[in-house]
Design a protein around this ligand. Structure first.
Ligand code: CAA
Length: 692
């Protein structure tokens, strides 16, 4: 069996190298290996100091998340950290890559810490619905105070070792051979007679108790309205760090960690973590080779084209933006330079970076300018026949091997592929707005799309920090969104108010309620994009009544809400209630009431049912792919795990029975897909379909 921790002695220094690819997660084998190596080092009179270092690409990136939810095998990570800290010989942690979560807690427990200049560290447990459970909440504030420690723990963001404030954790940041530097550092300690320096004894972070407590109080206030459980527990632990003796603080942390771990929120967040990674496992990656990308071509003068051009420029690619008229080309150029200016203003990039980006950018009023592009994204929305014409033109213009992408996403990719002589190079891609923020994109390969083309698009998306999700023939997100909105419309049509629906769904954790979202998108844009994406025999049309009354969404000043003043104050409007009441009356609908609970259940059931249909039709490969899309494209609460995970939690048998009950009102839409029956009969849930 390969050893998870390698023990070597180099000039009186024991070097423990963790070798557990890919990210050296602190599995049972690694934890045991560290403890065994430490015991061996402490028992060897020739060893005077210990260096702990990660092999491969990183220092441990955390506890092994796959072990959560299973009985813990000794030694626990807190015990490993305590043993390191209490060691009688100095222990030096040498950090490269990303020391995250439990990995950084090991670093904090070491007596001395040195890091490679490109290393990053952090405590991202909150993103998994838990808290640092191996002493991190007690040790980090002892060194860095409440502000820095809470920033790390509440945002979960990794921090570069060179960032302001990071110095408190590291004795040296080095550029060169980390292992060599770490051994030299340890030898220095030996020659200077320096022994262990235990973080548990440090109080530098508590120097200003008032500032510490103020920070804690402010953070309680900031998380008070959040629905997530872990953030408040993190603050409690950091508060306890300053109030309790170290060992009691550790015990408090341990019990809070256990509480967090047992929540359904944590289970959902861990599901989301693995769902995002699973989504990127495309069969094409087994043999497909990503082609090199230097120049990206973008077709279109609209918002999508401009955003695509800007994120590609920010990534360092050359971009050619091509349109078909001089006017459109000028418009595209001005939009792109406006967006870059905005990015500088918002400090997403410096002025120098924006200038360099502009220097890599050209615009043209003729598609011929795209002849040097390695990938061309058509970001226009036009009728299929016009799209085909564009792809036929591109076939003649594009260089050999250029990947041709339909990013307008309303055409059938196979039709476009047939319009070219290289169907293997053609693929569709569905990007979500706002492009800079949304972390997901759907790749829709055609029947002949080559493995290299898919691999190239995946590599393109990864560079843009987006999770690729595979879809077949059509996109996943719009179908689920349409089902969600239709369920909401049925509720409003039957007697609920849009305001109650919004409130209920915000209570579920959605960023915005469906009607707020519709207001911000604008009725026209949103309704034309939505069409009748899901099966239903009737579509309520009270939105049409609102439009007829001059309401078109937030930009027009009136939608479901009133937007008055600058900045706009958003208010409910009795006129909307009246318009909907009149609509019901004309349609002979006797209104009935809905509880928030019932609204949430119907909306979730509609999404899960549409998800089940997408799975059966083969549009989506796995339930967890649907979850990833909904979390990152439409603000579905990550801590609910996505609609399919949330449906599992709600109970599939119960959901099937409820769907059957709703189906008496609208059979075509509500009748449960037969997957519900199949899973329920076999005692299974959607998660059981989440194969690699
Ligand atoms: N446990 C188990 N597996 C992990 C893992 C972890 N902590 N971190 C990453 N992996 C796995 C991923 O699932 C993936 O596996 P597959 O190849 O089978 O899909 C593989 O390692 C590579 O991961 P990525 O694809 O994410 O690689 P990346 O280079 O894009 O990112 C990373 C690397 C920044 C370390 C990222 O994986 C990451 O953020 N990991 C999670 C870090 C984290 O949350 N740590 C805290 C854990 S909880 C904890 O430590 C609790 C505690 O206090 C005791």
């Amino acid at each position: 069996m390969v050893q998870a921790v390698l023990f070597e002695v180099e000039d009186n220094v024991a070097v423990l190298t963790i070798k557990s690819p890919p990210v050296n997660a602190l599995s049972h084998a690694v934890r045991s290996g560290i403890v065994d190596g430490l015991d061996r080092a402490l028992g060897d009179d020739d060893v005077k100091a210990v260096v702990l270092i990660g092999g491969g690409r990183t220092f441990p990136a955390g506890a092994d998340i796959r072990e959560f939810g299973h009985p813990v095998q000794d030694p626990w990570l807190p015990e490993v950290c305590n043993r390191l800290e209490m060691a009688s010989k100095p222990v030096v942690a040498a950090v490269h890559g990303t020391a995250l979560g439990g990995g950084f807690e090991v670093v904090l427990a070491a007596h001395y810490r040195i890091a490679d200049k490109d290393a990053r560290f952090g405590l991202p447990e909150v993103t998994l619905g838990i808290l640092p459970g191996a002493g991190g909440t007690q040790r980090a504030p002892r060194l860095a105070g409440a502000k820095f420690a809470l920033d790390m723990m509440l945002t979960g963001r990794p921090v570069p070792v060179t960032a302001p404030g990071a110095k408190v954790f590291f004795d040296a940041v080095v550029d060169g051979d980390l292992r060599k530097e770490a051994v030299a550092f340890a030898q220095n300690l030996i020659s200077e007679g320096k022994g262990p320096r235990r973080t548990r004894d440090q109080r530098i972070g508590f120097e200003d108790p008032h500032a510490y407590q103020n920070e804690v109080t402010n953070r309680y206030r900031m998380v008070a309205r959040q629905q997530e459980y872990a953030p408040e527990q993190i603050i409690r632990c950091v508060e306890a760090a300053a109030l309790l003796p170290f060992d009691q603080g550790l015990a408090f942390e341990r019990s809070s960690f256990q509480d967090c771990l047992e929540t359904s929120q944590s289970a959902a967040l861990r599901h989301a973590f693995f769902a995002e990674r699973r989504a990127g496992k495309f069969p094409e990656l087994k043999t497909g080779q990503a082609r090199e990308l230097n120049t990206i071509g973008v077709i279109g003068a609209g918002g999508l084209a401009a955003s695509v051009a800007v994120i590609c420029l920010q990534e360092g690619w050359h971009v050619v933006a091509a349109t078909t008229t001089v006017r459109a080309a000028e418009h595209a150029a001005s939009e792109i330079s406006k967006l870059l200016g905005g990015a500088v203003m918002r400090k997403h990039m410096t002025q120098t970076e924006a200038d360099e980006a502009l220097a890599r950018f050209t615009t043209a009023s003729d598609l011929v300018a795209l002849s040097e592009a390695d990938m061309i994204l058509d970001c226009t929305i036009r009728p299929p026949s016009a799209k085909r014409d564009v792809f036929t033109q591109l076939d003649a213009i594009a260089k050999e091997g250029a990947v041709l992408v339909d990013a307008g996403a309303h055409s059938k990719v196979n039709l476009l592929a047939q319009a070219t002589g290289a169907p293997g190079d053609v693929v569709a891609l569905h990007l979500y707005a706002p492009l800079r923020i949304s972390k997901v994109a759907e790749i829709v390969p055609g029947g002949n799309t080559s493995e290299d083309t898919v691999a190239t698009v995946i590599s393109f998306l990864r560079k843009l920090d987006k999770f690729p999700v595979r879809a077949k023939n059509e996109q996943i997100g719009p179908r689920i969104l349409a089902a969600y909105r239709l369920a909401a419309d049925y509720i409003v049509e039957a007697g609920g108010t849009p305001y109650l629906v919004d409130q209920a769904m915000r209570g579920f954790g959605m960023n915005l309620g469906p009607y707020q979202a519709l207001d911000y998108e604008g009725f026209e844009a949103s309704l034309s994009a939505q069409g009748s994406a899901c099966r239903a025999s009737h579509q309520p049309d009270f939105v049409g009544r609102l439009q007829a009354a001059g309401r078109n969404g937030a930009r027009s000043g009136k939608g479901f809400y009133l937007y008055e003043g600058k900045p706009a104050s958003v208010q409910q409007d009795p006129e909307v209630i009246e318009l909907i009441r009149a609509y019901r009356e004309e349609n002979g609908i006797d209104p009935r009431g809905f509880s928030e609970e019932a609204i949430r259940y119907r909306c979730l059931a509609a999404m899960a049912n549409e998800g089940a249909r997408l799975l059966r039709e083969g549009v989506a490969r796995r339930p967890s792919d649907i979850d990833t899309v909904m979390i990152h494209a439409f603000g579905f609460p990550r801590w609910q795990g996505g609609p399919m995970k949330a449906a599992d939690n709600a109970g599939l048998l119960h959901m099937k029975v409820e769907l059957e009950r709703f189906a008496r009102e609208e059979p075509k839409f509500w009748t449960p897909d037969r997957i519900f029956d199949h899973l329920a009969k076999n005692g299974k849930v959607f998660d059981d379909l989440n194969t690699q």
